[in-house]
Design a binder for this molecule. Structure first.
Ligand code: NAD
Length: 474
């Protein structure tokens, strides 16, 4: 897919510069497409278009916004196969997962915001004041590659619902799905300038957008390092910044849990999307009394998690998104070996029978201690660490021993006990006994995992200013 134009002010137009970004299929290592490498001139045009479009969209009727969101959801449904194939080609996600999570989730998210608008309270009164909620203005969206369309729609849908206009800079590894989304938003008849797309490099387009004086809010999803730079660029103009960043989430098995179920499920919770998931439960924390049993279960399960061609309907583990990501994950595996963790599955060799593609063997380590790099840093690959504890108090302390706080899990035979433990975890989400992801629940981080929330009502509130209008007291 060769895309040579940017989507600005309701039309596909030639970029101001002539740079391009090549997109590589991580399974075949072949170039499969390219998009423009936009420039600050392109950003200026896109922001100006979004600024011009803002007054009309901010005053659009709720019915108009609901129709746009429902049309978006319907179009995502109709184009599921094309979008899923594109994301599998860009990211390497197994095709079934692409259809279900990469496209299915954004479809539901768009619909959920249309539904939310049916009953959302835009105004309320307190004594002599009327409190009104108004769209924040022009938004800049900077997104990563790992769940590319979900992360974009998780910003676009609530922003449309709120009455904001926007400029999107998708990741350079997986930008093609964003171009298909722009086609969809054009076809559903969104007014010119409400949505604009400028592809490009983070250090150029992303940073320029973050500092642009006519951008009122930046919503960023990506690494903590880039999030810090976005915040710094946004600070001089005091714009609102929301950050969805990295994680190193704990999954705690309490001693009264269904050990077999908990141990088996811990693999999927870590290796989903080949471990390239910000909310992956990568630190498994287990009672020392059950160590041997759990290690045996984990080992068997990892060995069954064979990587393969993501277009094969049976594959559950695709490649890493890029050779850079593959090398980074291999370095982390090597660091864990060097620092004394016990390798119980996987390693740094290519998986059996695979010669091409940025694959990593699903890997698990036992005897991981809090001083090790693999305990502290986000790997973003299929690497599980296992650590034992003696007491519940120690388990909680280990779970909270991280600069991150994005997600978490706890397993217990007693739901109340699990609930109490979950409340003690300093993290934005916790799954009890494998409780599934909920698109209507707020998602976001404590500590260095970010600021702000996406999804649910809280995700809509991020895009709104609050005004208090005082009436005279008679
Ligand atoms: P990344 O930080 O390298 O890139 C994310 C986006 O930021 C890209 O569009 C990139 O071009 C842009 N960018 C990079 N440097 C920038 C700068 N200086 N200024 C402005 N923009 C810049 O992250 P990635 O490798 O694409 O994604 C992986 C990371 O994202 C992981 O750390 C993961 O945990 C995190 N992530 C977090 C969530 C969440 O919701 N919390 C979701 C998905 C991914």
């Amino acid at each position: 897919m060769q895309r040579k134009e940017l989507y600005i002010d309701g039309a596909w137009i030639a970029p101001q510069g002539d740079g391009t970004i090549e997109v590589v299929n991580p399974t075949t290592e072949q170039v499969i497409g390219s998009v423009p490498a936009g420039s600050s001139d392109d950003v200026n045009l896109a922001v100006a278009a979004a600024k011009r479009a803002f007054p009309e969209w901010a005053n659009s009727s709720i019915e108009t916004r609901m129709a746009a969101l429902n049309d978006l959801s319907l179009a995502l449904k109709e184009l599921t196969e094309e979008l899923a194939q594109t994301i599998t080609a860009e990211v390497g996600t197994p095709i079934g997962y692409s259809r279900m999570a990469m496209v299915g989730t954004p479809r539901v998210v768009a619909r959920s915001y249309a539904k939310m608008l049916e009953s959302y309270e835009w105004e309320h009164e307190i004594r002599n004041s009327v409190i009104v909620k108004e769209p924040v203005g022009v938004c800049a969206f900077i997104t990563p590659w790992n769940f590319p369309l979900h992360q974009i729609v998780g910003k676009v849908a609530p922003a449309l619902a709120a009455g904001c206009t926007m400029v999107l800079k998708p990741s350079k590894e997986a930008p093609l799905n964003a171009f298909l989304l722009a086609d969809i938003l054009h076809d559903i008849g969104l007014p010119p300038g409400v949505f604009n797309l400028v592809s490009g490099h983070g250090s150029e387009v992303g940073e320029f957008l973050s500092g642009h004086p006519d951008v009122d809010m930046v919503s960023f999803t990506g690494s903590t390092g880039a999030g810090i730079r976005v915040s710094q660029a946004a600070a001089p103009t005091v714009k609102r910044v929301t950050l969805e960043l990295g994680g190193k989430s704990a999954n705690v098995i309490l001693d009264d849990a269904d050990i077999i179920r908990a141990a088996k499920s811990s693999i999927g919770a870590c290796y989903q999307n080949s471990g390239q998931t910000c909310s992956a439960l990568t630190r498994l924390i287990i009672p020392v009394a059950h160590k041997e049993e759990i290690l045996e279960l984990v080992k068997q399960r990892v060995d069954g998690y064979t990587p393969g061609n993501p277009l094969d309907e049976n594959t559950r583990c695709g490649p890493m998104v890029s050779s850079k990501q593959q090398a980074s994950v291999h370095n982390y595996i090597q660091s864990a070996i060097d620092e004394g963790a016990t390798l119980i599955a996987g390693g740094t060799e290519m998986p059996d029978g695979i010669e091409t593609g940025f694959f990593v063997r699903p890997t698990a380590f036992a005897d991981v201690t809090p001083d090790m790099t693999i305990w502290k840093e986000e790997v973003f690959g299929p690497v599980l660490t296992i650590t034992t504890y003696q007491s519940e108090e120690e388990a909680l302390s280990l779970a909270n021993d991280s600069i991150y706080g994005l997600s978490g899990g706890v397993w217990s035979g007693d739901t109340e006990r699990a609930m109490e433990f979950a409340k003690g975890m300093r993290t934005g989400q916790v799954s009890i006994n494998g409780g599934p992801f909920n698109v209507s629940a707020p998602f976001g981080g404590y500590k260095q995992s970010g600021n702000g929330r996406e999804l649910g009502v809280e995700g809509l509130d991020e895009f709104l200013e609050i005004k208090a209008i005082q009436r005279p007291i008679e």
